[in-house]
Design a protein around this ligand. Structure first.
Ligand SMILES: *Cc1c(COP(=O)(O)O)cnc(C)c1O
Length: 240
């Protein structure tokens, strides 16, 4: 088997295992978003080849740089799942299909301006950890109004479980699902590699998994350096 066929077989096998975990946790209609941050375009292609129709990316620059290298057709839907600066919306607007991390009014307004009518989720900080991003649960309803008033399509809420053992995320996940129901939204995006059973058990309709599909990620600095090296090599080839 060639290297890429081997990679593909490995991802396919891991995807089966993820689907089995979801089924054992009691659900079937859960959308799997393959989180491909810190990985090359190959990971997006591998996800697509395995029939995964959605990928998640965290870093604006990285995403914009790798998209032209994606060969999968049709390409998967791209979810932006990282913390988002307002000034990055413009460069992402033609690439992102679903913005999962809207957590403040100015961001909602900028997306409405650059990507009119786009599908978005509000990220709610359900862990009370400042590093996680997200609006306060008490701010969610008001932000939902800003999103709708801007003509955006609010499809759900997104949350990240607290650090620590998976079971510790149960209450947070339950409260997110409760908010989704109160606002009468379609999607509840919660659960990652370590806590997806708890999330599915509490009513996730969408899980975001990276390591369980692709293995451990390279450290971000290392990935960026490798990218820079590739860029330099390409550059010198072009000169010749
Ligand atoms: C990295 C990341 C994921 C995937 O995490 P894994 O532990 O690799 O499954 C999911 N959601 C968000 C917001 C992330 O940043």
């Amino acid at each position: 088997m060639s290297g890429s066929a081997q990679t593909l077989a490995a991802v396919a096998e891991r995807y089966e295992a993820v689907r089995a975990r979801i089924a054992r946790a009691g659900a079937h209609h859960v959308t799997v978003v393959a989180v491909t941050k810190a990985l090359g375009a190959w990971a997006i292609d591998a996800a697509a080849a395995c029939g995964i129709g959605h990928v998640g990316e965290n870093y604006a620059q990285e995403l914009v740089a790798k998209m032209p290298e994606v060969t999968a057709a049709p390409r998967p839907q791209v979810h932006f799942v990282g913390q988002l600066q307002r000034n990055k919306v413009k460069v992402l607007a033609s690439t992102v299909d679903l913005w999962q991390t809207v957590d403040r009014a100015e961001l909602a307004r900028e997306i409405a301006r650059r990507a009119p009518g786009a599908e978005v989720m509000i990220q709610v900080n359900i862990s009370a950890e400042a590093s996680k991003g997200g609006c306060l649960p008490s701010e969610t309803e008001q932000l939902a109004s800003v999103v709708s008033d801007g003509g955006l399509s609010l499809v759900g809420l997104m949350g990240i479980g607290p650090l620590g053992p998976p079971e510790g995320a149960r209450e947070a996940f339950r409260s997110l699902r409760h908010m989704v129901d109160t606002l009468d939204l379609n999607h509840c995006s919660m659960g990652m590699t370590d806590d997806l059973e708890v999330a599915v058990g509490e009513g996730a309709t969408m899980v975001r998994v990276g390591r369980s599909l692709f293995g451990e990620r390279p450290r971000r600095g290392a990935a960026a350096r490798a990218g820079a090296e590739r860029a330099t090599m390409t550059g010198s080839q072009e000169i010749r």
